[in-house]
Write a protein that binds this ligand. Structure first.
Ligand code: MF3
Ligand code: CO
Length: 221
């Protein structure tokens, strides 16, 4: 549905409808008073954009973050999508953000520590000239949407708790094209870049196993 002429509210309604059709419940709706089922963040909005009457335009980049609760457990995932034809710069930001997740989860296995994942994400993102948002982080996810540990997208390898099979984690790099600084909007939710440059987000829920991590949410290609 990310295409010119569609409103972010229309996407949110479709997300909610799909989740409920599966017998699941939208995790975000009413969470700390959040008024929608998806977070939809456009261009310089990083995360937690509230769906509304905004009409998507050709060239926009649109981050859609969704959580669903079923069988006693939450899943949490996000990706940034192009609206029609976008600039090569915007596409590169999307690609690097997505790839940083996969660079990070190379370390998501027993024998490594949590911040090995964080450090790999940071290294990859910064080597491409982008910055990591620091105020918001990934997290454990399970019977609650936000569980310990916090999972920063930056840090020093060899630190943090040891990774053990059975852990379920939401790994979610938030990447700014310009500086890392953010601003919080007066709607109480939307987080934007301070410099107005664009941002991207990519998230999946993963399971630590005795081998490769299992990606529990359907990864966006
Ligand atoms: N996916 C977000 C996260 O990982 C949750 C959105 S906040 C909410 O923290 F309030 F909208 F749920
Ligand atoms: Co999350």
């Amino acid at each position: 549905m990310v295409r010119p002429g569609v409103t972010t509210q229309e996407i949110d309604r479709a997300v909610e409808h799909f989740i409920r059709k599966q017998g699941a419940v939208p995790s975000f709706l009413h969470y700390n008073g959040y008024p929608a089922s998806a977070c939809i963040s456009v261009n310089d909005e990083i995360i937690h954009g509230i769906p509304g009457k905004r009409v998507l335009q050709e060239g926009d980049i649109v981050s859609v973050d969704v959580g669903a609760y079923i069988g006693g457990f939450h899943g949490d995932c996000a990706a940034t999508f192009p609206c029609g034809s976008i600039s090569p710069e915007a596409q590169d930001l999307i690609n690097v953000t997505r790839q940083s997740f996969f660079e990070g989860i190379r370390y998501a296995k027993e024998g490594h520590r949590l911040l090995d994942i964080s450090a790999a994400i940071q290294q990859y993102v910064e080597s491409h000239g982008y910055s990591i948002v620091r105020e918001y982080v990934g997290h454990g996810v399970g019977q609650a949407m936000h569980e310990s540990p916090e999972i920063p997208n930056y840090g020093h390898p060899g630190r943090g708790p040891r990774l053990l099979r059975g852990m379920t984690l939401a790994i979610e790099p938030m990447v700014n094209a310009g500086s890392a600084a953010i601003q919080q909007l007066s709607d109480g939710w939307t987080v934007k870049t301070l410099d107005g440059k664009w941002a991207a987000h990519y998230e999946n829920t993963i399971l630590i196993t005795d081998g490769e991590p299992e990606i529990l949410t359907a990864p966006v290609i």
